[in-house]
Ligand binder design. Structure first.
Ligand code: PGA
Length: 257
């Protein structure tokens, strides 16, 4: 049984004080439920204030949006896995399409970042997705399996037990044009098959595969109605408490709790 995960990727939004005010509202909404897992990924500068506002023992988890593959050293401007762990992060987003497109991250770098996360027991949320041109040319499966091969090669199933994958079609991110469940579900199946073929049936059954790309309170239930889709990685709609809480509520309803 895979527990649905609703993760909010704040991207480069909210100062530390805005983030604390937001987290206070989240606490007031009492959004927690044993039936789903909720995670927020504030900017690095707001992790500490969000952590303190949520309080120790909060069931809302914290994620970093990125990390460097080394633990420490002369890497100006970078943040390492031990630094994220020390601030209470349980998760880290890796390979987001904005990192790939705007900061030149390729699968080799993403693989090193995954290794750093595994080394420190951080749970990576690995993002994969095709561009519109690639989808229109009929290359979606090839692109997704290529990204998975390139970034996951060489890891043991025991390491991958920490992994969550987010299928995020690049053309759906921040555009208001979500994929339809009919478009997303076959890709989720491809990802699961890949895990089964390369590692094991049990890994493919336990790994959560989220959908991301213009998820809103209006469309989240249509994704979560599918057994293939184990939650959502939410960008724009996670920046208001109201819409993020609605998405979490709807995810909880799907589980019957
Ligand atoms: P979006 O972003 O929900 O604003 O499309 C999703 C993401 O980038 O993870």
């Amino acid at each position: 049984m895979r527990i649905p995960l609703i993760a909010g990727n704040w991207k480069m939004n909210k100062t530390a004080s805005e983030a604390a005010a937001f987290a206070r509202e989240l606490v007031q909404r009492n959004m927690t439920s044993p039936a789903i897992e909720i995670v927020v990924a504030p900017p690095f500068t707001a992790l500490d204030s969000v952590r303190h506002t949520l309080g120790t023992g909060s069931s809302i988890g914290l994620a970093g949006q990125n990390l460097h593959w080394e633990d420490r050293g002369a890497y100006t401007g970078e943040i390492s896995a031990p630094m994220l762990k020390d601030l209470g992060c349980r998760y880290v987003i890796i390979g987001h399409s904005e990192r790939r497109a705007l900061f030149g991250e390729g699968d080799d770098v993403i693989q090193k970042k995954l290794a750093a996360a595994f080394r420190h027991g951080l749970k990576p949320i690995l993002c994969v997705g095709e561009s519109l041109g690639q989808r229109e040319a009929g290359h979606t499966t090839e692109i997704i399996t290529g990204q998975l091969k390139g970034s996951l090669a060489g890891f043991e199933a025991s390491q991958l037990a920490l992994l969550t994958i987010a299928y995020e079609p690049v053309w759906a991110i921040g555009t208001g044009k979500a994929a339809s469940p009919e478009q997303a579900i076959p890709v989720h199946r491809t990802i699961r098959q890949f895990l089964q073929q390369q590692w094991s049936g049990s890994l493919s059954q336990t790994t959560r595969i989220l959908y991301g790309g213009s998820v809103t309170p209006q469309n989240v239930s249509s994704f979560l109605a599918s057994e293939e889709i184990d939650g959502a990685l939410v960008g724009g709609a996670c920046l208001q408490v109201e819409s993020f809480a609605s998405i979490a509520d709807l995810a909880q309803k799907r589980t019957g709790h």
